[in-house]
Design a binder for this molecule. Sequence first.
Ligand code: SR1
Ligand code: MG
Length: 420
Amino acid sequence: MRDDLAYEPLTPKTLPERLKNLDSITSLIGKEAQEWRVTEVGDGNLNLVFVVEGKSATIIVKQALPYVRVVGDSWPLSLKRAFFEHETLSRQAKRDPGSVPQIYYFDKEQAIIAMEMLSPHVILRKKLIAGEYVNGLGKTLGHFCARTAFRGSDLSLPTNEKKKDTALFQGNVELMAISENLVFTDPYFEAEMNHHTQGLEPVVKKLRSDISLKTDAQKILQKFASNTETLLHGDLHSGSVMCTDTETKIIDPEFGFYGPMGFDIGMLISNFLMAYFSQPGHRTENTLEKYQDWILSVIDEIYSAFINEFSNLWHNERQGILFPKSLFEDQGHSSEAALYGVLEQIWSDALGVCGIEMHRRILSLAHNADFEEISDTHVRSKLEARTLMMGRQLILERNQIKDVEAIQMLARKYNSEKHL
Ligand code: SR1
Ligand code: MG
């Protein structure tokens, strides 16, 4: 695309004309732009997403809009998010090779990223609603969280590189502001764009009048805003994961930011818990228990894979300024207790974020299809009430809940309770 063109949103009609002279694209899908089949498939909250099918291949072209798509142009949003998505994707590709789609082309001015079409992959959230299984899901996600958390942190990066990168990503200010408001704050008061299922009011009232809960949610936000431990995906829910029956890829890191190492894994576990609690709205009795058990087993796989891989990297790749070998192993001193302490902190941060994500997806602006697709609001509100109450316990007891087994027990307990 010519450098001197001002930003203009693409349409299926204009896309071929505007991208036809880019070698990085035509070398993949063919030069016959008039024969490209272009479909806009974006169903997320923010961007345009086109599938572009040429003679020899199909690619994805994603373009940021200058506003929040789900709300409209009354909520302007910086195009710079495409830059941060591109920067985050490049780092993730290096830190966990094969985990993210390949990038073919990036245009900062037009906020366009052309990337690999993942096919026959399907958004994980859709699979969880449909009751489908994915082999190796937990392992891939756990490894991704561990590798990106460790390799983007002061445990691994040269300190000058880490500081420079942290400063760069502070520029993703508008997307961080969305999380600061929609995720951490809006669920806990009657914010303008909030909505919730009819009938949920007694539980909503209970949460919004709980001062300890609000205080803890703000403490967790305080960490989000000021603890730049590592580069995170920033929006790692089940809509940011695409799978076949055996392969898992991570997409859409436009919310990339430097924050606490437990953030991504906490948000991820939260979305599995919401999938778990919503299942009675999607399954019949004969498949329900087995599928819910599988979801809980994936949470276990995620965290086991995370701990194993993080520990492996701790032992083999610890070359940053934090917990240096010169201070431990080189002195004949074990660093195991230090590793244990770091993992404990990540777990507690993850639990806090997990609970908050369970709240915001039910009480704030952007809800999950897991619940939204349950048309019977009476059923939906009962399932949401269980989710909200477990979220509360996770936030308040994030320093006491020790392991995944405890999470599984709590999930089963709330799943059998009436909170409405
Ligand atoms: C206005 S954006 C709402 C949500 O969509 C994104 O996917 C993030 O989850 C954000 O919080
Ligand atoms: Mg997204």
